[in-house]
Write a protein that binds this ligand. Structure first.
Ligand SMILES: NC(=O)c1ccc[n+]([C@@H]2O[C@H](COP(=O)([O-])OP(=O)(O)OC[C@H]3O[C@@H](n4cnc5c(N)ncnc54)[C@H](OP(=O)(O)O)[C@@H]3O)[C@@H](O)[C@H]2O)c1
Length: 335
């Protein structure tokens, strides 16, 4: 059992990690902001701390108080992050600067954990080669194509430069499961009998169910894994057509296929971004999304993760989508 600090605990992935940590008997401190929802944190024994992650002095003060009560944190899971923003500097402000703030505050408050686990993303590495279509591996060049990916890579590089902190960087691919709102949109289109493709049907994709990701996080605690970057996938690679096939088979739906040409999708994202920009809002369809959805190769080899953690994910995509679909029905997200 250890003292765990987790940021972004109110979100989709964070709430599952927090829950798993509590179930495994850890003493969990969930970092929230005043506006954060606690809907998925109704977990007996969990502690809440309200900290503004843009305020290093405030983080230091709060960490000092906690340290005087319970001692230092054994593991810090820095999971808070944004996947959508208006521009590169907004991404940097949260995904990079908050990471630096927390690390510096840990140093300053004398709270250096045994491991600092950072939730990065496959986007930090960027997609795999589109000619060979070989999977992304530990040796792949790091070439993020989105502002989001670049901000995560910046935080990763900062962590690798630290010599007073043992870190583990996790790079999950697309994460789905109960409580997820992103793949939910896709499932809803299938439920409306529409199967949408951008460009073509042969994009290679990888996925991980959120339960398996939470499992990977807690397995890191007592493992020998340190100062390492780990990809997190379910071990499979799926074409976009296979993904649609799985969702259709689970939901028992027949569909009409709609292929949106890349040029048209680019025009849509450009318009959405311009209009949202005029109102100071972040567009859901934006240039990052365009680059993400039109990159052909998001296959990824996570064998190192499975070997080092002696763990193979339990959820195949079919089993995971089944579980997720049941959750959406039980929780009345769909009828
Ligand atoms: N979902 C995926 O497919 C995926 C894949 C790879 C990596 N990731 C990474 O996994 C992490 C969690 O993502 P998610 O999918 O669970 O997203 P999410 O549901 O939107 O959760 C994001 C969490 O970060 C917190 N957060 C965001 N901006 C913040 C800020 N300015 N100050 C303090 N807290 C802030 C949110 O707090 P509030 O509740 O207060 O907003 C929330 O708890 C992120 O770092 C993301 O980059 C996600």
């Amino acid at each position: 059992m250890g003292n765990i600090l987790i940021t972004g605990a109110s979100g989709f992935i964070g709430s599952h990690i927090a829950e798993r940590c509590v179930v495994e008997g850890h003493n969990v401190y969930a970092v929230l902001r005043e506006s954060s929802s606690k809907e998925y944190l109704n977990i007996p024994g969990i502690n809440f701390i309200y900290i503004k992650l843009n305020n290093r002095a405030e983080i230091v003060n709060k960490l000092r108080v906690i340290k005087s009560n319970i001692g230092k944190f054994d593991y810090v899971i820095h999971n808070a992050g944004i996947t959508q923003a208006k521009n590169a500097s907004d991404f940097d402000n949260v995904n990079f600067l908050y990471t630096r703030n927390i690390v510096e505050a840990l140093y300053e408050s004398g709270n250096i954990p045994d491991k600092f686990i950072f939730m990065s993303s496959l986007a930090a590495c960027g997609p795999g080669d589109e000619l060979s279509m070989k999977p992304i591996t530990d040796n792949s060049e790091q070439c993020p194509i989105t502002n989001y990916g670049a901000s995560k890579l910046k935080a990763e590089k900062y962590l690798r430069e630290q010599n007073k902190l043992d870190y583990v960087i996790i790079r999950p691919t697309g994460v789905y499961g109960p409580r997820d709102k992103d793949y939910f949109q896709y499932i809803k289109t299938i439920l409306k009998n529409i199967e949408v493709y951008i460009g073509g049907k042969n994009q290679l994709l990888s996925f991980i169910h959120v339960y398996d990701l939470a499992n990977i996080v807690t397995r890191i605690f007592n493992s020998n894994v340190v100062n390492t970057t780990l990809f997190a996938t379910d071990g499979g690679t799926y074409t976009s057509k296979e993904f649609a096939g799985i969702v259709k088979s689970v939901t028992n739906k027949r569909t009409i296929k709609v292929v949106i040409p890349k040029w048209l999708f680019r025009a849509i994202t450009y318009m959405a971004e311009t209009i949202s920009g005029l109102f100071g809002k972040t567009a859901l369809l934006n240039s990052d999304k365009y680059k993400d959805l039109t990159s052909k190769n998001w296959s990824c080899n996570a064998d190192t993760t499975f070997r080092l953690l002696e763990y193979k994910p339990e959820y195949t995509l079919h089993k995971g989508i089944q579980n997720t679909y049941e959750w959406y029905k039980t929780h009345r997200w769909i009828n």
